[in-house]
Design a protein. Structure first.
Length: 496
């Protein structure tokens, strides 16, 4: 069965489907309207794996009210006590990491190895934030002044966290932990495509002893559940990860209301390969960053810029490596790349691969993945397009799929120009034997982070991250900066 054999109608919801509930003021409850949304397995689209509440403004308002009522007591809770509660939740999640990974595969479509890595990295990153939180939140900075001054950090109050579907566990955890440890009450609106992993985070937090109302989960679509949260007048901070269009709307609305905002959106990340590069290492980085999560991660490599003397060799080897990528169900240990997340995403990616949309030569892929043993799901073949026009959608727009534009450049200067030649600026990478050349590229490229002889997906749990241009707005996520975002500085002056 091929990927083009998609189910023509919504299948019946089986009794085995996981029933997800909202968490509002410490109780698990359906949407007040009683409506639900069904989620299919993207690898086997005829199988419903979960149903979640189709929440609306009524549910959103109740969650914000609960968070507001709980915020003051949680803010007054000593930092050490907050850390103890959250630390117990992380221990529970680690003990459930196997079940979390399977749920992640079934919802996101990624491979089991990718999901296991996502969970391990998210737990490590948030454990690090708990480690540094006491110094960041409790340390008093001494100032030279005629008055006695304490510089403290206070929680902002109520934070709304909107998370995407591509890395559902990581996204929920990396926003929730810094917000909670800083002393805020939160309302999380996860993607309706990945409700199970988000609910598992909420259950671990409640089992760890988190007070009612401090952590709330509201499931539903962005329009019906998300927008009322973003518009709510009793919200003090918004952390959003998702599409550029919606993210910029969030930033504009938050700015008009003087709400703290943190927005992570898309990327069109370039990997530059110079003629003196170690091609084996560059190819490893290119394949991994291009096809992990079927290209559905903001730090994916989606443009490869290769210096002319090695362009043909790199092209041929990259196509061979792409041909070897095994597409299938993420629970199959032989799978290298799973499906894209949904029918909507499947149709979107394929819309970039029509004869009308393409401006370059498709070297491999270019449509649905096919094979006699491939189940009916949202599978797209890993695709390489050679020398598309620089102003084409293949080069300029975030496709969020396993599609790579391959371009030749004559020099480092041209590579920098092309690397900067899109509206995005999340991350970039260069492979070269000349460290000074790598530094020149890193200084000139307009990106939030840069790797030298490393993939575009490189990162470190001790380092915050964010984007430039259309890749983000507001303060960065991660590490100490991620905690600081959910606070405001409060100088306290003493006399006598």
């Amino acid at each position: 069965m091929t990927a083009s054999s998609q189910p023509s109608s919504v299948p019946t919801i089986p009794a085995s489907a996981h029933e997800v509930l909202n968490l509002v003021d410490g109780t698990w409850q359906p949407a007040r309207s009683g409506r639900t949304l069904a989620r299919e397995n993207p690898a086997r689209a005829d199988r419903i794996i979960a149903v979640c509440p189709a929440s609306d403004a009524s549910d959103a308002g109740a969650a914000v009210a609960a968070a507001r009522a709980a915020a003051a007591d949680w803010a007054a809770t000593p930092v050490e006590d907050r850390i103890a509660v959250i630390g117990r939740a992380l221990e529970l999640l680690e003990s459930r990491s196997e079940a979390l990974a399977v749920a992640d595969v079934l919802e996101s479509g990624k491979t089991l190895a990718d999901c296991e890595g996502e969970i391990a990295r998210a737990l490590a990153a948030t454990a690090y934030q708990l480690k540094i939180a006491p110094d960041l939140l409790s340390h008093v900075r001494a100032l030279e002044s005629d008055l006695d001054v304490e510089m403290t950090r206070a929680p902002v109050g109520v934070a709304v966290l909107v998370t995407p579907w591509n890395y559902p566990f990581s996204a929920v955890l990396r926003k929730s932990v810094p917000a909670l440890v800083a002393g805020n009450a939160v309302v999380v609106k996860p993607s309706e495509l990945t409700p199970v992993t988000a609910e598992m985070v909420g259950r671990a937090l409640m089992e760890s002893g988190l007070p009612a109302g401090v952590y709330n989960l509201v499931f539903g679509t962005g329009q019906e559940a998300g927008q009322p949260l973003l518009d709510h007048p009793d919200v003090d901070a918004i952390s959003f990860t998702g599409s550029t269009r919606v993210g910029f709307q969030v930033a504009e609305l938050a700015g008009a209301r003087d709400v703290k905002v943190q927005v992570e959106t898309g990327g069109k990340n370039p990997l530059v390969v110079m003629a003196d590069a170690d091609l084996d290492r560059a190819l490893d980085a290119a394949v991994a960053a291009s096809y992990t999560a079927a290209g559905q991660w903001c730090i994916a490599t989606s443009r490869i810029l290769v210096e002319t003397p090695v362009f043909e060799e790199f092209r041929d080897r990259f196509v061979d490596r792409t041909r070897a990528v095994r597409v299938g169900d993420g629970l199959d240990p032989d799978t290298d790349m799973g499906p894209v997340s949904s029918r909507v995403q499947y149709d979107k990616v394929l819309s970039y691969l029509t004869d009308e949309a393409l401006s370059g030569t498709v070297l491999i892929g270019g449509g649905p993945a096919e094979g006699p043993d491939l189940p009916a799901g949202y599978y797209i073949a890993p695709t390489v397009v050679e020398r598309p026009a620089l102003d084409s959608p293949i080069v300029q727009e975030e496709i969020f799929g396993p599609v790579v534009a391959l371009l030749s450049v004559s020099s480092l200067e041209e590579a920098i120009t092309l690397a900067n030649g899109t509206p995005y600026g999340l991350c970039a990478a260069i492979f070269t034997a000349d460290r000074d050349r790598g530094r020149r590229f890193a200084q000139a490229v307009d990106a939030g982070r840069v790797g030298i002889n490393l993939p575009t997906s490189v990162g470190d749990l001790r380092v915050p991250g964010g984007g430039r241009k259309n890749s983000g707005r507001g303060e960065y996520e991660g590490a100490g900066d991620g905690i600081a975002f959910f606070t405001h500085l409060k100088p306290i002056f003493f006399a006598g």
